[in-house]
Ligand binder design. Structure first.
Ligand code: ZN
Length: 144
């Protein structure tokens, strides 16, 4: 995967990047020690944050992206335009896990995904790249 490095060019992007980075501070990751933060913006401009939350029995562990989306959905928002995801990786870009890719797909085929490094630089991608040929809610409506 090729990553093009960007910096926030506008205040909206800067805010989303900053909130994703700040969300790392609430990460509960005593087992992996791999902090992740996320911030998702709704199409009407509201932002919801999330962090990864681990469990001593491992399976209940949930990623930052799904916490952010769940926070938004629980507050009544299901239309999203951009999610920023951050970690402590200085050189690499944090990519969402397969489970989160499918969870994002539930709500948006067109979601813009910003993979943010601690210095605020990021690489931009989307689900056509990360989850090609995806199965979505409309797939259930296909003739059977
Ligand atoms: Zn995940």
């Amino acid at each position: 995967m090729e990553f093009k490095i960007e910096r926030p060019q506008d205040q909206k992007t800067q805010e989303l990047v900053d909130l994703a980075l700040a969300a790392r501070n609430n990460s509960y990751s005593p087992y992996s020690k791999f902090r992740v933060g996320a911030a998702i913006r709704t199409t009407d401009g509201k932002i919801f944050q999330g962090c990864n939350i681990e469990s001593c029995s491992y399976a209940p562990t949930i990623c930052a992206e799904r916490v952010a989306i769940s926070n938004a959905v629980a507050a009544g928002h299901k239309q999203f335009d951009t999610i920023a995801i951050s970690s402590d990786l200085k050189e690499e870009f944090i990519t969402p896990c397969g489970v989160c890719r499918q969870f994002m797909r539930e709500f948006s085929k067109d979601l813009v995904i910003l993979m943010v490094r601690p210095d605020g630089t990021f690489s931009r991608t989307d689900l056509t790249v990360l989850l090609p040929g995806s199965f979505g809610p409309e797939s259930l409506e296909m003739p059977r």
